[in-house]
Design a binder for this molecule. Structure first.
Ligand SMILES: Nc1ncnc2c1ncn2[C@@H]1O[C@H](COP(=O)(O)OP(=O)(O)OP(=O)(O)O)[C@@H](O)[C@H]1O
Ligand SMILES: [Mg+2]
Ligand SMILES: [Mg+2]
Length: 463
């Protein structure tokens, strides 16, 4: 088995040692020397693989100081292996292995490090056999044989990192980082000096436990450094997304829109009931279970032409105009025959395919636009070819928008209003209103307004 080093050439290391990783930018990290482990490992969060030329590299974050998560070092190193490790319960997990140089006392040599989630462990690093063999001999009774750092020295080494973190750490909980709205939110957060981390709803999961509830991310990283969460939950993942938001909320993280508010706004029937209960005018709306009531349902909303809406619709996809009573009856009964919940609604003809979108943030209308449907179309949604333009809203409309957002308890809301002969009527309230149309129409930086709303709630002042 190769050359064996002479025993008296080996240096003695203790059961714990201070390691320095100059290439990773880690000035000192305490390691448990563990000859039982083959490869050395280090605690790593937000692990991301990327390409650097033809090589694969890994970017990851390390919290080098035990029991202190405020110091975060972002490290980069070449990826040398992906290993499958089996946990004690037999579940295989992939671990990335990187290569870098380690300094122990005055010795510098190359080392392979497994990136592990060691959050629950006392030491942020384990020094395994591969790093020890042929170089050191372990005396577990001793500590810091290679070099020791005092508390003051550690403080000094990390002083710049402690001062560096001035902005907030904000999570954007969504599904697609390339959507205009999401890109703008990240951009606006970073422009104000914050760190914005994109979290994919479907890659996050939770641990329910009274002592240490957690949110984890694919790969086992614990997400516990966030000051705030911006939820942008698409309708198909409402249930799961809201469960995650509740978990963040339980962990004391401020959420720009609560799970409860999002859930309420996603249910058009429930939201409409809340509106009518709170004296907010909406188009006359009916909801019935049995086809036997269809005829009266139609009469109730003043007959055709009338609107039929799927309960969970967005982008205007589930909104239908029935021109005659006969057509209305067959469409309503067709939906009922496939157990689909629908609302039947009075058609506001005089709106002429126009509606108004008010963007509400923390109780204020921060922007508004008019949307005009395409020719021959009654739905004004941008996704249905609607065209946005600037509009000056009346104070009555402004009050209506603010009140609707307040009743649903939404910090950020897209409130849709339609102008009728009876005055402005509330159409619906969206909890993840898009930014593209409204920023384009108004020229305003709405993403910036959202970020500043978080700063205000957290009493954050930049220096
Ligand atoms: N009762 C109505 N009378 C006239 N037009 C209506 C009525 N209800 C909806 N519309 C038109 O259809 C569009 C879509 O309706 P609504 O906003 O209720 O559906 P949605 O699918 O949830 O859209 P969103 O993408 O805004 O969430 C409205 O923006 C409006 O232009
Ligand atoms: Mg909607
Ligand atoms: Mg709408």
């Amino acid at each position: 088995m190769g050359n064996t080093t002479k025993f008296d050439e080996l240096q003695v290391i203790g059961g714990e040692e201070w390691c320095v990783f100059e290439e990773l930018g880690i000035p000192a990290i305490k390691a448990r020397v563990d000859s039982g482990a083959k490869t050395s490992s280090i605690q790593a969060n937000n692990v991301k693989v990327y390409n650097k030329g033809v090589e694969e590299w890994v970017k990851f974050e390390v919290n080098p100081i035990q029991e202190n998560r405020s110091v975060t070092i972002t490290c980069e190193a070449p990826l040398v292996d992906r290993r499958t490790v089996k946990s004690s319960v037999g579940i295989s997990e992939e671990r990335l292995v990187v290569k870098t140089s380690i300094k122990l006392g005055n010795n510098i040599h190359s080392v392979e490090l497994t990136l592990a989630n060691r959050d629950t462990m006392e030491y942020r690093m384990l020094l395994g056999r591969e790093a020890i063999n042929q170089r050191y001999i372990v005396n577990p009774a001793e500590s810091y044989c290679m070099q020791n750092f005092s508390e003051e020295e550690i403080q000094e080494k990390y002083a710049s990192h402690m001062a560096e973190k001035s902005g907030l750490t904000i999570a954007l909980l969504a599904s697609n980082p390339n959507l205009y709205s999401n890109k703008r939110i990240i951009e606006a957060g970073e422009a104000r000096g914050h760190e914005v981390v994109f979290l994919n709803v479907e890659n996050a999961y939770m641990k329910l436990d009274t002592k240490s509830p957690q949110i984890r991310y694919r790969g086992g990283n614990v997400l516990n450094k966030f000051d705030a969460v911006i939820p942008r939950i698409k309708p198909s993942v409402t249930f799961y997304g809201c469960a995650l938001i509740r978990q963040f909320d339980n962990l004391g993280v401020y959420c720009l829109n609560t799970a409860e508010a999002i859930t309420q706004s996603r249910d058009k029937l429930f939201a409409s009931q809340l509106f009518s209960k709170n004296d907010i005018d909406i188009p006359i709306t009916g909801f019935a279970k049995s086809p036997m009531d269809t005829k009266d349902l139609i009469r109730m909303v003043n007959g055709a032409p009338l609107i039929i809406k799927l309960l969970e619709s967005t982008q205007g996809k589930g909104v239908v105009l029935a021109e005659t009573n006969k057509a209305a009856e067959s469409v309503i009964n067709a939906f009922k025959s496939v157990q689909t919940n629908i609302l039947v609604q009075e058609f506001i003809k005089e709106a002429n395919g126009q509606d108004i979108r008010c963007f509400v943030v923390n109780g204020k209308v921060v922007a508004s636009m008019q949307r005009q449907a395409q020719k021959g179309e009654f739905r004004a949604n941008i996704h249905q070819g609607g065209v946005a333009s600037l509009i000056k809203i009346t104070s009555e409309e402004r009050k209506l928008a603010v009140k609707a957002a307040k009743i649903l308890n939404l910090a950020v809301a897209g409130v849709d209003i339609i102008r009728s002969n009876k005055g402005p009527l509330l159409l619906e309230v969206n909890s993840s209103p898009g930014l593209e149309g409204i920023e384009y129409a108004t020229g305003l930086d709405i993403a910036n307004v959202m970020i500043r709303a978080i700063e205000k709630k957290l009493n954050y002042t930049s220096n």
